[in-house]
Design a protein around this ligand. Structure first.
Ligand SMILES: [Zn+2]
Length: 99
């Protein structure tokens, strides 16, 4: 039997495993050239990146900001995820009562 742990809290998941599948893709046409793209000296940029050791190929899913992610969640974290899928409550400043 395969064992899973929650990707959010790290607990062992027994039988109530929930899977979150996230697909990220641009809502615009990434192949469409803008005038700003035409102004860039690509040959110069490529030579600069090679000289700086950054000539390694980028994985295809990263080129256009496209990719998929999958997470296993326990029941409690699934409920938390449903309420706040982007984790906004974690990043927003805390509000203290003025006593
Ligand atoms: Zn969890």
């Amino acid at each position: 039997m395969q064992h899973f742990s929650c990707d959010l809290c790290g607990c062992q998941i027994d039988d109530q495993r929930y899977v979150v599948h996230v697909e990220l893709f641009p809502a615009f046409n990434p192949d469409e050239l803008s005038s700003a793209d035409l102004d860039v000296d690509h040959l110069h940029a490529v030579s600069q990146s090679i000289m700086q050791g950054e000539g390694l190929p980028v994985p295809p899913e990263d080129v256009n900001g496209t990719g998929t992610l999958q997470f296993d969640l326990c029941r409690e974290c699934q409920l938390r995820f449903r309420r706040d899928p982007l984790g906004k409550s974690i990043r927003s400043p805390m509000h203290f009562s003025e006593n």
